[in-house]
Design a binder for this molecule. Structure first.
Ligand code: DGY
Length: 424
């Protein structure tokens, strides 16, 4: 275990670029939003300085409208190292990032306030309070952006691209993606950079990528304006995104209390969104929460790991979700961690990104949820699985849920970071 900790710390150091951490060197050579939140949670075990620096760097790219961008591009990295690179996303609007900063125009699941709370709880003291005071207004503005500008389906919060869910090629997005016109369809294989660094069988398909590009091009051509969300080619409500937002909003209430600000508005917003998730997104027949296509009003009835994550929230359908989490779809004998998709589904693919493999971040979210509900037996099983996966296959991006084979890239930052948290 001591050796695993040492190697996890070395992975984070290897990926540190002076003010922030890349998810991994070749495949993702810039700063990613939700990666940074998970990385900060792990960095907090090595000290508060880099943990706060990571999130300070990310929020330094916050847009004028409050959004915290999915990717902050490193100007030292060549344009064609990542696709779609900085040039694709331009022109960025006036309400965009600070002058001289290049970003994408999307967001990712808002784990950041929960991460700041985790750092603060580990390192209480005056220096921490000062760092929290600096970050708090930025966190509030980013949540205000989501609640106010991304409000869809009366009371829920929407995403406008599969990349915003963090679970890019989740089976939940198959139906809405099928209705999207592919952009750049002919050139996509040539333009993609990810396939130079990872096995094509472990990544989203060309057909997925062509549609991802069609959606971002449409949003970019509107200068990333959010005033007609349902007029965009893709607009959905995702259970993980909403649950993480409610969880982080509750963390904002705790942070407000620490620095003498008013927690009331945060507690209220967290309660209201939690209520909406529990009452509007739960599917009793599937025993989990499901995404919603905001454009058509249709429930996207797939049993994915995203639909288990509302277990993080108080109340709700705890017994049913627990049964699904520990049943044949996600925990048949021999399954390691929590697979990203129901392994009994005919379209499950245990090698392909978010269509079956086990990821450390989503397994970690469920480990946290189980601990919070006093389900220590189940939580310990997940923690032991994560340790087993990493000790046998390394700090991989994701893993085959049955064989434990390492998939995607290696030396992956959030795998290392969250392992440090599990081992603490
Ligand atoms: C990628 O490049 O594959 C990322 O998931 C986009 O955020």
């Amino acid at each position: 275990i001591a050796d695993l900790r040492r190697r996890a710390a070395a992975t984070l150091l290897r990926n540190w670029r002076g003010s922030a951490t890349v998810p991994t060197t070749a495949l993702y050579p810039h700063q990613w939003s939700w990666d940074s939140a998970f990385i900060a949670i792990g960095q907090a075990h090595l000290g508060p300085r880099r943990a706060f620096a990571e999130l300070t760097a990310l929020h330094g790219a916050q847009w004028g409208d409050g959004r915290v961008p999915q990717i902050v591009f490193n100007p030292a990295v060549p344009e064609d190292a990542y696709f779609p690179g900085p040039a694709f996303w331009r022109p960025l609007p006036r309400h965009g990032p600070p002058a001289g900063v290049s970003t994408t125009g999307l967001v990712q699941p808002p784990v950041h306030a929960a991460a700041v709370l985790a750092i603060a709880e580990r390192h209480p003291g005056a220096a921490t309070d000062a760092a929290v005071r600096r970050l708090y207004p930025r966190l509030v503005r980013s949540h205000d952006y989501l609640f106010e500008r991304r409000s869809v389906a009366s009371g829920l919060v929407g995403i406008v691209h599969p990349w915003e869910s963090g679970l890019d090629n989740s089976p939940s997005w198959d139906e809405p993606l099928a209705a999207v016109d592919p952009g750049l369809a002919d050139d996509i294989t040539v333009l993609r950079r990810d396939l130079r660094h990872a096995d094509a069988g472990h990544r989203p398909t060309d057909s997925d990528y062509a549609r991802y590009m069609g959606i971002v091009a449409a949003y970019r051509d509107r200068r990333y304006a959010d005033d007609d969300l349902l007029g965009l080619p893709f607009c959905t409500v995702d259970p993980l995104f909403c649950a993480v937002l409610a969880w982080s909003e509750d963390a904002l209430a705790s942070l407000a209390r620490r620095i003498g600000a008013d927690p009331g508005r945060h507690a209220e917003r967290a309660r209201e969104l939690t209520h909406q998730v529990h009452t509007r997104l739960f599917d009793p027949a599937l025993g989990c929460y499901v995404a919603l296509d905001a454009r058509t009003g249709r429930a996207l009835r797939k049993r994915t790991v995203s639909g288990l994550v509302p277990l993080l929230l108080p109340g709700g359908h705890r017994a049913a979700v627990l049964e699904t989490l520990t049943g044949p779809s996600f925990a048949a004998p021999g399954v390691l961690g929590v697979p990203s998709y129901d392994l009994t589904a005919p379209d499950a693919d245990p090698h392909r990104y978010w269509r079956g493999p086990t990821w450390v971040n989503t397994t970690w979210l469920l480990w946290r949820a189980l601990l919070a509900h006093g389900e220590t037996g189940h939580a310990e099983r997940l923690a032991a699985d994560l340790v087993h996966l990493v000790s046998t296959a390394g700090f991989r991006e994701y893993f085959h849920p049955v064989t434990g084979e390492g998939l995607g890239s290696d030396h992956f930052s959030w795998t290392a970071a969250l392992l440090l948290d599990v081992l603490a």
